[in-house]
Design a protein around this ligand. Structure first.
Ligand code: ATP
Ligand code: MG
Length: 571
């Protein structure tokens, strides 16, 4: 049986901490911003650090009062363009203050917000605008010229393009002008908890991106999970490094900290380890939420790089997006004097589900435990196809009872795909995991990535983590290579840290290390060296491309790989 839910928890108690709208309404934008204005309009909501500045020059600060007014204006501006409740507003912007204003304005106007990652090329942008039937696109002149203008005519549902710049281009509108003409006191839309609020496309790690639809009621989980899994409290200074083009950057970069009434840091620049250390120190960041890709990049530089910075304000560090190798948890302790807290969730879940939380002992390599209110289980399939709950230490599919407020309500226009993941009263995550006797969850791998070798089931993460222990290894990706005799053989792709050579000696040393730690059945039989591993735009290792490469197959849609991904954008 799964561990009991704590008796004290109820969603009603979370709901009681929010305002709601008169008549039973609920609106994420109101709860994030306007709710706090009555109490403290001057409180810092957002501090923006421009790309080309390392000091106070060029910074923009927005108080809760300013953010409330600006987002109300933008909501009204959208309404004046003729948008109806539920219409979709797409954002294609770098990490700039206008993004936060536009996002909150769209929510307050009762429109559905759909953020796009600004480093996408024209094709993934057009594809998502088409699937999502975006009526408005908010972007910048530079991005519009480079990525949208040429295909504008083909985007049939797209009526308005709003540029954040003062001067519009042909067929576009200027956000500053629209806002100046809008009513700063316009009422916010009456939305109900079940009304659609957010459309998030998944990362596309396993194939074509899916649009996951979320509702306004999700804000309950944003608040709850921010408190429990990220330990956000009054007075915190929070930095979520995920790009708002991905679900983490919206749920935890924009919504959750604001709902908690705290100040966030937004850095425009791409990942740069030295810059990140400086921001953590200068901004007195107290809670930092980042991703394994970025942590691994920082590890490459070694722990000494941290020593020159005063990080005494930093209290809590968390990570999401990919499994966090035990090595990275240990490195966090060495470099920062505190561990990274790994947590697990998906675009579909809308918020953190399973987490290493403050005050619980961390088992490096584990994702932690389900949050209060989240009922998780490990399921197996019987021969007749029915699902059964598995016991401690058994590997199976990680599933959740779909009864928390931020569970997605379906994949846009894909009812069959949606029906497949909601089965027999569960939401099936497509990830394999196990739970130990203490109720701690361990990630095994994506169901699609599991390797079957000589009768064993091997999760790539386990093998990758062991390879990461080796001093020469910066990153590792592991796949199953078809083999007539044993089904699949375990094959690893490795990129090395500076100063190590991709030669036979290194290969032998890696194989020996893996064999001694994993045993010969699970250790890789082959190791190839790569300069870097293929990643999604959100920074995740794409094992399907490693497989395609191994088999000499066409690599499919590579549009997501056009430009190297800045780890700062990792979700
Ligand atoms: P797609 O569904 O399009 O293939 P994706 O699954 O990568 O893309 P996301 O919703 O961004 O899209 O990612 C969720 C997935 O990321 C999880 O299902 C899991 O495989 C992985 N993941 C996220 N956090 C963790 C974690 N802490 N440990 C292990 N895996 C994680
Ligand atoms: Mg997925």
């Amino acid at each position: 049986m799964p561990p009991e839910r704590p008796v004290a928890f109820s969603w009603d108690s979370v709901r009681a901490q929010l305002d709601g709208l008169p008549g039973g309404g609920l609106n994420i934008g109101w709860e994030a911003v306007d709710r706090h204005v009555r109490r403290d309009p001057g409180r810092l909501a957002l501090r923006w650090l421009p790309r080309d500045s390392t000091g106070p020059e060029g910074r923009v600060e927005l108080s809760y009062g300013q953010l409330a007014e600006a987002s109300t204006r933008f909501a009204d501006a959208l309404r004046r363009l003729g948008l109806q409740p539920g219409d979709r507003v797409f954002l294609l912007l770098g990490r700039v203050p206008e993004l936060t204003i536009a996002a909150l304005g769209a929510l307050k106007g009762g429109f559905v917000l759909c953020p796009l990652f600004s480093a996408f090329g024209p094709e993934p942008i057009a594809q998502r605008l088409e699937i999502g039937k975006g009526r408005v696109l908010v972007t910048s002149a530079a991005l519009y010229r480079r990525k949208v203008q040429a295909q504008r005519a083909a985007l049939r549902s797209l009526e308005h393009v709003v540029l954040v710049d003062a001067e519009p281009l042909p067929d576009t509108l200027a956000m500053p002008t629209l806002m100046a003409e809008a009513d700063p006191l316009a009422p916010i839309a009456f939305t109900r908890p079940e009304d659609p609020a957010l459309l998030h496309f998944t990362s596309g790690t396993t194939g074509k991106p899916k649009g996951a639809l979320h509702v306004h009621g999700a804000v309950l989980h944003h608040l709850h999970s921010a408190r429990v899994a990220l330990d956000l409290r009054e007075g915190d200074r929070f930095w979520c490094t995920a790009d708002p083009g991905w679900v983490t950057g919206t749920s935890y970069g924009i919504v959750a900290p604001l709902v908690c009434g705290i100040g966030t840091i937004v850095d425009e620049a791409d990942f740069d380890a030295a810059r990140w250390y400086r921001i953590l120190a200068q901004e007195r960041v107290t809670v930092w939420y980042t991703a394994p890709t970025a942590i691994r990049m920082m590890m490459k530089l070694g722990a000494d790089a941290v020593k020159d910075h005063d990080l005494s304000a930093l209290r809590f560090m968390a990570s999401v997006g990919e499994p966090l190798n035990p090595e990275a948890v240990v490195w966090g302790l060495e470099a920062f004097g505190r561990p990274f807290h790994d947590n697990w969730w998906q675009t579909e879940t809308g918020g953190i589900m399973i987490a290493n939380t403050l005050g619980q002992p961390i088992r490096p390599g584990s994702m932690g435990r389900p949050l209060p209110g989240i009922h998780a289980a490990i399921l197996g399939r019987q021969e007749d196809g029915s699902l059964v709950e598995l016991g401690p230490d058994e590997e199976g599919e990680l599933a959740l009872r779909p009864d928390w407020p931020s569970i997605f309500r379906g994949y846009l226009d894909e009812p069959e795909r949606t029906a497949k993941v909601f089965a027999k009263g569960w939401y099936l995550s497509g990830d394999l995991a196990r739970r130990d006797a203490d109720g701690t969850y361990w990630f095994v791998g994506r169901a699609d990535d599991i390797i079957k070798t000589a009768g064993h089931m091997v999760g790539p993460f386990e093998v990758e983590s062991i390879l990461m222990e080796h001093p020469a290894v910066a990153e590792a990706g592991v796949i199953g290579k078809p083999d007539e005799l044993i089904g699949q053989i375990v094959k690893a792709f490795v990129s090395l840290k500076p100063g190590h050579l991709p030669d036979e000696a290194t290969r032998r040393s890696l194989l020996a290390h893996a064999r001694s730690r994993l045993g010969p059945a699970v250790a890789p039989k082959e190791i190839d060296f790569l300069d870097s591993l293929p990643r999604t735009r959100s920074g995740k290792i794409m094992r399907r491309l490693l497989k395609a490469r191994e088999l000499g197959l066409p690599e499919g849609d590579l549009s997501t790989l056009e430009q190297p991904e800045p780890p700062g954008g990792a979700r």
